[in-house]
Design a protein around this ligand. Sequence first.
Ligand code: HEC
Ligand code: HEC
Length: 295
Amino acid sequence: MATFGRSQSKPAAATHSARAPAAARFAPRLAANAPADAYGDAVRLGEKLMTDTKALAPRYAGNDLVCSNCHLDAGRKAGAAPLWAAFVNFPAFRRKNGEINSFQKRVQDCFLYSLNGTPPPLGSPELLAIESYAAFMAHGLPSGVSPPGRGFPKIAAPVQAGDDRRGALIFAEKCNACHGADGAGQRDGDTIYPPLWGASSYNWGAGMATIDKAAAFIHANMPQGQEGSLSVQQAWDVATYIDGKVRPQDPRFDGDPQATRRRHHDSRISRYGTVVAGHTLGDPATTPNAGRHEN
Ligand code: HEC
Ligand code: HEC
């Protein structure tokens, strides 16, 4: 019997992996197999921090998201920015801050923007644990090379520009049953559907707040259970819609949405500082900052 959701995804997933060349697939080591010593303890703590970020790092997580809401399967899933693929590519220069970033520094940015929080200090037990977990999984990968599965599978911008009206229709049809009509996420028993916009979601500085990254994530990974069912145009439209909603302020905000746009968002893939549905995105008068706390 055909049912909605997970059971339907199985044939699609099988076809997908049959097409991928076997040699290109990397099997990250499981944290459960880490040694019974201080390193293994850090690896296992790192895995838990991915899925229980808020509970285990309450001082640092500012919103209702956990790392594994975006880095799926606790940071193991290829095509959902897996941590093993990232690990072997740091330290690396990042245009975002104009510095050579260590792996820990890169993770700090996801605390600051994606979790709308306060980054744990470099060398803290939290960052050491997440780095140990990534290092353990990455065992056997050459360094300095992006392995297949890193980041989100690239998609080219579709022919038509992203459109809020089409995006809203796709959202209502394919997303709101889980993420809620107001995008604020919801809880169903033990399952938590994460917020996509509003005070409890990622802030304006996050990678997911740019349309191209959100579209690539959505195209490869959503709707959960029917991954791969959206066209590039549909993913782009719904990403445009989501990233045209109100969300917490960019921590780099300097008092003026236009100046902040020019400095950090001056491109078509960000709607920050533009007028959507009658108000300026990033305007302090209408931008929530709930959840964010300075140390
Ligand atoms: C709202 C979604 C979201 C959340 C939550 C999130 N991240 Fe990220 N993260 C991203 C995006 C988007 C990127 C950029 C991926 C890309 O550029 O391909 C990224 C990139 C990264 C990278 C670098 C990946 C690479 O291949 O270079 C690491 C490491 C990382 N995140 C770790 C974390 C950790 C650890 C947490 C929890 C503390 C976390 N992230 C929470 C969305 C998120
Ligand atoms: C069957 C339920 C379900 C449906 C339908 C669904 N999602 Fe999700 N979505 C999830 C869950 C659960 C997660 C978190 C994944 C995890 O923690 O393993 C998630 C994560 C996300 C994230 C990253 C985390 C965040 O809060 O920003 C985005 C973006 C997203 N979904 C967008 C969409 C879009 C767009 C659609 C419709 C095209 C959609 N989802 C449909 C369940 C669903």
